[in-house]
Design a protein around this ligand. Structure first.
Ligand code: NCD
Length: 329
């Protein structure tokens, strides 16, 4: 028999691990797991990713690696940005994002078994699921890293990272800011994660919501215990003149059992050009998107509208996170 020629060179250095982030092999479940140094490190890598993408579009840092993207809830940005991030780093994707109904989930497969299966094919799993705590269940089932892309009304850590990164990029600092969170603070997982992260910095909060959509007490107490100045109001007009960041969210229809209640709340807030005329010149307006009616489209051309720049930042942050959990950053 002819001796077989080896396919791979053992001296190939492409797969040399790097773990300066301390995230190699780690799950990303909650923002509470990150140290402040790790956040700064991820932001630094994200900035490098931005530079690389602007120069050459992509690289082969994650060549040969596969991401399984498993979404049990609708998504445009989170799924597309993870896919774009993986592909720009030279990896590839198993997308189960549009048709969980066409997968074995519709045959009654448990989350545990679906995750155990996908980890046989992939090196990292991104999961969005309607139940709070589902990301922990998946992480316990899998040996490969699991990244929480939203667990019900729980957390959305990668969104919070990109939100924080956006504030820093737009305003140059995370300290000395007055942040106003507006809308469905009860069900909005992006608010839950971002509030926890911002609580580590010198930030003053105003929570703007109708009574039934107030921020859950757990999150409120956490930042109060951290000694933050916290106010609550129903009225955007109370804060618009002195907020540095206006973080607007949609009323989360899918979390209501009483649709009549949703209907009565869905148009509670609407940021209009008239309101923006009262905002600081250097303020920014953010939104995790999708927007329904909360922000008038005429604001899109206002330089303070940061929500589409925020979307782009999501790709750089997810590139940094994928590189980190796969041991390349
Ligand atoms: C958010 C989510 O899914 O929690 N969307 C997103 O990931 N950008 C916000 C929302 O759906 O309102």
């Amino acid at each position: 028999m002819v001796e077989r020629k080896r396919l791979f060179d053992d001296q190939d250095t492409r797969m040399l691990p790097g773990n300066a982030s301390g995230l190699h092999g780690e799950d990303i479940i909650s923002v509470s797991q990150f140290t402040t140094e790790q956040l700064a490190y991820i932001f630094d890598v994200a900035q490098e990713m931005r530079g690389m993408v602007e120069r050459v579009g992509g690289t082969d840092l994650l060549r040969g690696r596969v991401l399984a993207c498993l979404f049990y809830e609708p998504s445009t940005r989170t799924s597309a940005s993870f896919i774009a991030a993986m592909e720009r780093l030279g990896g590839s994707v198993i997308p189960i994002t549009q048709g969980v109904q066409f997968s074995s989930v519709s045959k009654g497969e448990t989350l545990h078994d679906t995750i155990r299966t996908l980890e046989q094919y992939s090196d990292v799993i991104v999961l969005r699921h309607p139940e709070t705590g589902s990301a922990d269940i998946a992480a316990a089932a899998a040996d490969v890293p699991v990244i929480n892309a939203g667990d019900g009304a729980g957390e959305h850590p990668t969104q919070a990272l990109l939100d924080l990164f956006t504030i820093k990029e737009e305003l140059g600092t995370l300290d000395g800011l007055h942040v106003a969170m507006v809308g469905d603070l009860r069900h909005g997982r992006t608010v839950h994660s971002l509030t926890q992260l911002l609580g580590r910095y010198d930030v003053r909060f105003t929570f703007v919501s109708p009574e039934v959509l107030r921020l859950p007490l757990d999150y409120m107490n956490q930042i109060k215990d951290a000694g933050k100045d916290v106010r609550e109001t129903y009225n955007v007009a109370d804060v618009i003149g002195n907020a540095d960041v206006l973080y607007v969210t949609r009323v989360q229809k899918e979390r209501f059992s009483d649709l009549a209640q949703y209907e009565s709340l869905k148009d509670y807030y609407r940021i209009t050009p008239d309101l923006m005329a009262q905002a600081k010149e250097r303020a920014i307006i953010m939104h995790p998107l999708p927007r329904v009616n909360e922000i008038d489209v005429r604001i899109d051309t206002d330089p303070r509208a940061a929500y589409f720049r925020q979307v782009r930042n999501g790709m750089y942050i997810r590139m940094a996170l994928l590189a980190a959990v796969l041991g390349r950053a």
